[in-house]
Design a protein around this ligand. Structure first.
Ligand SMILES: CC(C)(COP(=O)(O)OP(=O)(O)OC[C@H]1O[C@@H](n2cnc3c(N)ncnc32)[C@H](O)[C@@H]1OP(=O)(O)O)[C@@H](O)C(=O)NCCC(=O)NCCS
Length: 163
């Protein structure tokens, strides 16, 4: 199958705000995302939007702190067409321009697809925090008990990549 081309990644703008909020609520049950014991309103973070033929097909939100860029959310609404890869590449480029030397992110133990995706793109597992999601549910009760493929969600997995 030929690779889809023509995906453009641009910085999220005010006109994307409602779409961003809707997407975050649809995929993460809320715009609030728990990470390492903190809650972040991802709808207020800088965002990258992947667009194909005028249609928004993916969203990445991120936060930069000192020399690290954390990918807070990443969603493709059109999987396996290159949107996720384009968004991560664009985030790395943006982070590098802003002086970052590292990308990092948190995923959960059920998300084997994300572990596959990120490791194939140069990320390494640097920490596994057992039962961290039980603590995160105190901040965000919407986090489901059962995750992808019916796997119970309990642990945070942190990945990093030098850029
Ligand atoms: C993880 C996720 C972001 C990946 O996004 P995606 O848009 O499917 O990613 P891509 O299309 O760039 O890559 C996925 C696969 O499709 C393949 N692919 C890309 N374009 C393709 C095309 N035109 N034809 C066929 N395959 C293609 C890639 O090779 C890749 O396979 P690989 O990982 O084995 O190399 C997406 O699955 C998702 O939104 N998951 C739910 C949310 C989530 O888990 N987010 C991450 C945690 S924060």
């Amino acid at each position: 199958m030929p690779r889809e081309s023509g995906i453009v990644v641009r910085q999220g703008a005010e006109a994307d705000r409602d779409w961003i909020k809707g997407l975050l609520r649809k995929y993460w049950a809320s715009t609030n995302i728990a990470s390492r014991g903190q809650l972040h309103d991802a709808s207020r973070l800088p965002a990258l939007v992947a667009v194909l033929k005028g249609r928004r097909i993916g969203l990445l939100t991120y936060r930069i702190a000192e020399d690290e860029c954390e990918i807070v959310t990443l969603n493709s609404v059109s999987e396996n067409t290159g949107a996720g890869t384009a968004l991560v590449q664009a985030a790395e480029h943006r982070a590098s321009l802003e002086g970052c030397t590292r990308m990092r992110l948190i995923t959960t133990n059920d998300n084997t697809n994300a572990l596959h995706f990120y490791q194939k793109r140069g990320f390494h597992i640097v920490a596994v925090r057992l039962k961290a999601i039980e603590r995160a549910r105190k901040l965000k009760p919407e986090i489901p008990v059962s995750g992808l493929d019916g796997i119970p969600i309990s642990d945070e997995i942190e990945l990093e990549k030098s850029i």
